[in-house]
Design a protein around this ligand. Structure first.
Ligand SMILES: Nc1nc2c(ncn2[C@@H]2O[C@H](COP(=O)(O)OP(=O)(O)OP(=O)(O)O)[C@@H](O)[C@H]2O)c(=O)[nH]1
Length: 424
């Protein structure tokens, strides 16, 4: 079956948001009633519990073999009136089912404007800064070395990366050297080149349901939005009719566990949690079994992100992966890294680190709203060429959007998407 689809740094808010049960998405879950938490007896969290770390050395022993055994519209909360009995995934949901047997209904026309407006609003600061500088550089000046150098500097300051900045200035100078160039023309060239850089990485998340559960391990530095992204993703998947189990693998922070439980309630997903300080690999192992037992299509595992204690964190991630592979050799099927757009160049370095240790094979860029540093996504795409599945444009449940190269390029360059398509 195929489905496409240290020490802690301070974070903006660790307070779980109020619960708004998504009762319409999962009728089998009573509105407002929390789904069962695996091993409820252990779910009470306390500092004392840190002392009680279980012995998971048995995980290193060989295990007996296993038995063989959205209609989301662009940028808007999907109008779900009844839970689909079978997954129905819209073409633009940002993920897709590989399984041929799972049909993709045509669905209603997507309200593109809503999504574009949201993206433009999200990238407003990145775009305003960049386009303002373009206007001041190019007004009443002929294209010469000095202008091109000023332009290149602006692009580098906008975090687009040296390689992309040089490609854009080269392309601009082609046939225009010595001439006056309008700001509109510069923005169009900018948008086209950004789209070219992003297009290869704008891919839907592929969920392979041949062997359920499809395991998604979510990694990234703390505060980059792992838990929030997991919640938003669970909402997308459950709305499409897939069943999801969540594993609270950030066993270092009580607030992260509580936050995940709330997302579990909101999305009707079972949450597997352990006391603070518990072994994250053991939890992942149990969560896999829980997801098998409850028939989940997807298991999403949260992790800690204490980069300051790098050796310990990396050992923990490696152990989680090793342990999961005792159950399913291909797990985790997706290793998703969250990147906080507001951290600019740091985000690039974080990909270097987590890619090596955890085998990251997909990215989600969060907090694109309210940052002037959205350009970093272009530099990361050019360097790492990893798929970017979604972008986070706010803290709400609907603020996770499938990544679309053209829309992103147009929004950041401050042009209409049609302007790119006409001239590209
Ligand atoms: N504005 C905005 N805020 C976001 C976005 N994604 C996450 N956040 C906020 O960022 C903060 C940190 O998010 P978390 O999901 O707790 O991050 P985390 O990586 O799980 O952090 P740890 O649990 O500490 O490892 C929270 O206040 C979120 O609401 C986004 O796309 N936009």
């Amino acid at each position: 079956m195929r489905v496409d689809a240290a020490d802690r740094q301070p974070i903006a808010s660790e307070t779980p948001q109020p619960v708004e049960p998504l009762d319409e998405t999962r009728p089998e879950t009573e509105p407002g009633v929390a789904p069962p938490i695996a091993d409820e007896s252990q779910s009470t969290l306390s500092d004392d519990a840190k002392e009680e770390e279980a012995d998971f050395s048995w995980l290193d022993e060989d295990l007996p073999p296993e038995d063989e055994d959205e209609d989301e519209e662009d940028g808007a909360t999907p109008a779900v009136t009844a839970a689909p009995r079978r997954p129905q995934v819209a073409g633009d949901a940002g993920f897709r089912l590989r399984e041929e047997a799972r049909p993709q209904p045509a669905g209603p026309a997507a309200p593109q404007l809503t999504w574009l407006q949201r993206l433009r609003a999200a990238l407003g600061r990145s775009s305003t800064q960049l386009t303002g500088q373009i206007t001041s550089i190019f007004t009443k000046r002929r294209l010469d070395e000095e202008v091109l150098q000023d332009f290149e500097d602006v692009l580098i300051q906008a975090d687009l990366g040296v390689e992309t900045a040089m490609r854009i200035t080269d392309r601009l100078s082609e046939g225009r050297y010595g001439k006056e160039v309008s700001g509109a023309e510069v923005k169009r060239v900018l948008a086209e080149e950004i789209e070219k850089a992003l297009d290869p990485v704008a891919l839907p998340l592929e969920l392979d349901l041949e062997k359920t559960p499809h395991v998604i391990l979510v990694v990234g530095v703390n505060g980059t939005g792992k838990t929030t992204t997991i919640g938003k993703l669970a909402a997308k998947l459950t709305r499409a009719g897939l069943s999801v189990t969540l594993a609270a693998g950030d066993t270092f922070r009580a607030a992260a566990v509580e936050q995940l439980k709330i997302w579990g309630e909101r999305t009707g997903s079972e949450v597997v949690a352990r006391p603070i300080g518990a072994d994250a690999a053991g939890l992942a192992f149990d969560a896999y079994d829980t997801a098998v037992k409850n028939g989940s299509d997807v298991l999403i595992i949260d992790t800690a992100g204490r980069l300051q204690n790098k050796a310990e964190l990396m050992a923990e991630l490696e152990k989680i992966i090793r342990v999961l592979q005792k159950r399913e050799p291909d797990a985790p099927h997706t290793v998703l890294q969250t990147l906080d757009a507001t951290t600019g160049q740091n985000a690039m370095n974080q990909v270097d680190i987590f890619r090596n240790v955890a085998g990251v094979n997909g990215l989600v860029m969060t907090k694109l709203d309210g940052t002037a540093r959205g350009g970093i996504l272009v530099a990361i795409a050019a360097k790492h060429r990893l798929p970017v599945y979604f972008v986070g444009v706010g803290e709400g449940i609907d603020d996770l959007e499938p990544f679309k190269a053209r829309d992103f390029a147009a929004a950041i360059a401050g042009v209409e998407a049609e302007a790119i398509s006409e001239s590209a």
